[in-house]
Design a protein around this ligand. Sequence first.
Ligand code: PLP
Length: 438
Amino acid sequence: MTSSRSAALFERAQKLIPGGVNSPVRAFRAVGGTPRFVQRAQGAYFWDADGRRYIDYIGSWGPMILGHGHPAVLEAVQKAMLDGFSYGAPTEREVEMAEEIVKLVPSIEMVRLVSSGTEATMSVIRLARGATGRSKIIKFEGCYHGHSDALLVKAGSGLATFGSPTSAGVPPEVVQHTLVLEYNHLAQLEEAFSLHGREIACLMIEPICGNMNFVRASVPFIQRCRELCTQYGALLVFDEVMTGFRVALGGAQSIYALSIPGFKPDLTALGKVIGGGMPMAAFGGTRAVMEQLAPLGGVYQAGTLSGNPIATACGLATLREIQKPGFYAALAERTRSLATGLTQAASQAGVPFCADSEGGMFGFFLLDALPQNYAQVMKTDSPAFNRFFHAMLDSGVYYAPALYEAGFVSAAHTAGDIAATVAAAAQFFAQLPAQTRA
Ligand SMILES: *Cc1c(COP(=O)(O)O)cnc(C)c1O
């Protein structure tokens, strides 16, 4: 490995960039080894600096739902580039983008474009606080909402207590208003509202959580979140930065609306797929709340590159492709075939394993049953996951380099890619020493 170009680049990078990367998970700290430096990507694959090909199940952590280098998206971006990179003045494509979002996500009546998911979630919290005149927010352990100060929090001791920072540099005073609860824990949710309900500005949740691998909020849990928010005048915020346009065209909220009649969150954060691989994100919701934003209202929010013309071209072209008939049915079927294929391969070898998927997003666990919260996810045998990760990597299959991350299938993944992936996993499971099997 030390003679590889990736290793040489990693060495150079580490001299100048903290940890050698511009986002921590890329450094392979959780799994060990040398991160692959990417040279180029096409369709379902990328090639590393040493010319090795990988089946890509990260897709830039979600955005690349069409696969890399989709011709319609490439064309839209190339065309947009010729007209200039950024103006800092409004454009027609921003209006088209807003029209598409409002059409596809019925809970969104007005929307603002920003440049990253972190910006979207951070801004949505300010908006919720501004609109309600309240300070406290609720989040759930294991959900990731970007890296703004108030959201880098873990649960305190005791039930329904305010959290403590998960990062150095976040003063305790900044998170003193953030209440951290256990995901899918109804009794704790009730208690939090009965203790603090009238002070809560918003409850923010990843409805299908992709930042603790893949964990669904139960329908009764989401229903109770909605009821309690309404009862206490708090805003329900769905962080769909990952799930938006990924698990379904209407996002996770459209899936919950199938079981909870009339269900809508008050506010939604979007990102990842919406930019098709370019830096773009958005937040939106009811007109009454969105009108509190500057320049109409008193909640300030701004961005030099917001609604960037290249990003909107890329995002719009992506949104147009995913609206073609049958897109999600085919994507969901392919993703499901990966989840069931891996589960069968593990079961034949007697290895504890389970998997779940929705649309083009999946998760798998070296556990007997699907976890319901962060603590259960973290019961995964982490050395076993790391061995699995590296065995797959060596066979040219690129999964997320951490056991608490979700995976993504794109429209470019073929049945052959899935079969090759399952075969590589089966080979790994079969050679495990018998004592590590169930
Ligand atoms: C990725 C992600 C974010 C942060 O988005 P960035 O673009 O990385 O800032 C926020 N929330 C969720 C649910 C995410 O998956």
